[in-house]
Design a protein around this ligand. Structure first.
Ligand SMILES: [Fe+2]
Length: 435
């Protein structure tokens, strides 16, 4: 995105009727960025340095932005929903106030989601523990850009600890919004899950920049069961059902994620029971299995999530669970029923797998089911750490020296996942094929 350039003036004025450039010009200080994409709608957000009205011009051709959505409400936090869009369709857009264009550019575009259940190829980018402006974060971003020139990510999952170290607004600004503004934010819809750092270490404080920065599909705008909460939500994209859980907040003043009598887990069960999509990906920050910078044998939340939550995820045939928190990359075997400490892991008992080799890089399920693969992708910015007993025995692959993030491609019945490191090397990759 480039701030408005002179060569676009005539075009934009002609197309839109933006007619006045007089007076003080507001500046964009954040965004534009995209939220809650569905087959027929998307939300465009941005921030300005003074309260203004909001206007989005959009259309299927960059030189013909013939549609308009506006709000006369004067605000610095702009949030405009574009609706009545066509599914699986590309649009370009520009933003401004009611009468002043503020930003337009060749990177300001979006693709609407395919019709729910469609077998269209979907590319997911998942990254955890990233917002620290480290070389690892920046190099990793550039490698993902390079790896996705043929197909930009459709869905961007932020796996928590999105802005270090206290989740302050200026930390989101510097470590997240500034780092991705010239690459992914103007064209890649993001879905966040909260980490302990996003909460500033205070699990009972919900008036935090994390919740103000993102718009969650809490009303099931894109499918799933309405959660009625910004903390946790679900959505469909193509033939994938996604669920984001809050593994840090003390919800309703009393329930952690592992308190399975709380509203979050009650909703989760109803949501998973109603899910009809062939693929299910659940993401939350705190990993049930890890021996990196955190130890799933020692940390209460990790132990209890493993004991109490995993039987529910297993019951509803979840395919992948993505998390972070530990600043390493780890990928488990497909697991069923391993709720104890690492030393109780028994490959013969706890691995239910359709792997075609000992390498565990190809799973051909046919009509069979297999266990859940748990991935820690917590080295998107932060990096390193080693707990006693590293690597965890339930892991196919562990790496605590390289940073990176995941690209997951789903095309019909085939899912391919690869871990793209900050030097561009893919160091782990696997495929699941269903019937
Ligand atoms: Fe964390």
């Amino acid at each position: 995105m480039k701030l408005f350039k002179i060569r676009f003036f005539a075009l934009i004025l002609f197309v839109t009727g933006w007619s006045s450039l007089l007076g003080q010009t507001p500046k964009i200080t954040r965004g534009p960025y995209l939220q809650v994409v569905t087959p027929s709608s998307i939300i465009v957000r941005w921030r300005t340095d003074m309260p203004t009205s909001s206007k989005v011009l959009y259309g299927q051709k960059q030189d013909k932005l013939n549609l308009t959505a506006t709000s006369a409400n004067l605000t610095t936090e702009h949030e405009i929903t574009l609706s009545s869009l066509k599914p699986a369709t590309s649009y370009h857009y520009a933003i401004g106030t009611d009468n002043i264009p503020l930003a337009v550019g060749s990177d300001m575009f979006f693709h609407t989601a395919p019709k729910t259940g469609a077998k269209t190829k979907v590319r997911i980018w998942a990254i955890g523990d990233f917002g620290n402006s480290s070389d690892n974060q920046i190099n990793g971003r550039d490698q993902i850009l390079k790896a996705t020139t043929d197909h930009r990510p459709d869905v961007w999952l932020m796996l928590g600890d999105n802005a270090y170290s206290k989740g302050f607004d200026d930390e989101f600004q510097r470590h997240l919004f500034a780092q991705y503004q010239n690459s992914f934010l103007p064209n890649t819809p993001s879905y966040a899950t909260p980490g302990n750092h996003d909460y500033g270490g205070k699990p009972d404080q919900f008036d935090i920049p994390y919740f103000k920065s993102f718009t969650m599909p809490e009303k099931a705008e894109a499918g799933g069961v309405p959660s009625g909460s910004e903390s946790y939500y679900s959505f469909d994209y193509g033939n994938i059902h996604f669920v984001s859980l809050d593994s840090y907040g003390k919800l309703d003043g009393q329930h952690w994620l592992y308190d399975t009598t709380g509203r979050q887990v009650d909703w989760l069960k109803r949501d998973l029971a109603a899910n009809k999509q062939p693929w299910t990906i659940v993401f939350f920050h705190h990993p049930p299995y890890t021996k990196g910078s955190h130890d799933s044998d020692k940390e209460t939340a990790l132990v209890k999530i493993r004991q109490n939550l995993l039987p529910i995820l297993e019951r509803y045939n979840v395919d992948l669970v993505l998390g972070g928190h530990s600043h390493v990359y780890e990928r488990t075997f497909p697991l069923v029923g391993h709720y104890g400490l690492a030393q109780t892991f028994d490959k013969n008992k706890h691995v239910v797998s359709a792997a075609t080799s000992d390498q565990h890089n190809e799973y051909r399920l046919g009509r069979k089911k297999q266990g859940i693969i748990y991935i820690v992708a917590g080295s998107g910015g932060q990096l390193g750490g080693k707990a006693n007993g590293y690597p965890h025995p339930a892991m196919v692959y562990s790496n605590n020296t390289e940073g990176g993030s995941m690209l997951i491609d789903v095309a019909g019945k085939r899912l391919n996942a690869r871990w793209v490191c900050s030097d561009g090397v893919v160091r782990d990759e696997f495929t699941i094929v269903k019937k």
